[in-house]
Design a binder for this molecule. Structure first.
Ligand code: ADP
Ligand code: MG
Length: 165
């Protein structure tokens, strides 16, 4: 049994609805139990040609699934919620589910990098993690989520959902 942290993001159509549905589908997946979720946030798109802000949250779950199987279940749910997979530039998406942390494991395969390779650079991952596990160490960088958050050089804007003017 591993504790995992999954990043959920949506910047298309009913963004909050997609995050809620994704959470519910994750909780209904064999071998996955939701423990708690962060608040919902809104963040400006990064590295994308899009004006559409994201709704983001992080889900803490327990799982008996090995990492690759967990990834496949996340991808199944993305497809179920209408995620179009296009290569190339980052696209607007109904839902993106990324594995941020899988216990203390460090994984580097063709299809899966854990901890997520960008999480330490992204306010939309670190801010929800600050709520859930501020003092937990990043297994590769050996710094806490709070430290990583403080070290963000040029963070994108992130606001609690509902507080964006
Ligand atoms: P992004 O999340 O960067 O916007 P995608 O969701 O389209 O892009 O994912 C592209 C690929 O990233 C997936 O096919 C998956 O194999 C790979 N990947 C590598 N590490 C992870 C991870 N930790 N969580 C989710 N996907 C990952
Ligand atoms: Mg993804």
């Amino acid at each position: 049994m591993a504790i995992v942290y999954l990043s959920l993001g949506s910047n298309l159509e009913d963004r909050v609805g997609y995050i809620q549905q994704a959470t519910s589908l994750l909780g209904g997946t064999d071998g996955v139990t939701i423990v708690r979720t962060s608040a919902f946030y809104e963040s400006e798109p990064v590295e994308m040609n899009s004006e559409n802000w994201f709704v983001n949250a992080v889900v803490e779950a327990k799982t008996t699934l090995p990492p690759q199987h967990l990834l496949e279940q996340c991808q199944r749910i993305e497809r179920q919620l209408g995620r179009k997979s296009k290569s190339g530039d980052y696209q607007d998406r109904t839902i993106d589910i990324d594995i941020l942390l899988y216990g203390k494991e460090v994984i580097d395969t063709d299809t899966l990098t854990v901890p997520h390779n960008k999480m330490h650079q992204r306010a939309f991952a670190l801010v929800p993690l600050l709520e859930l596990i501020p003092d937990t160490l990043h297994p590769k960088l050996q710094k806490t989520m709070s430290d990583l958050h403080e070290e963000l050089a040029n963070p994108e804007i992130i606001l609690l959902y509902g507080t964006r003017g």
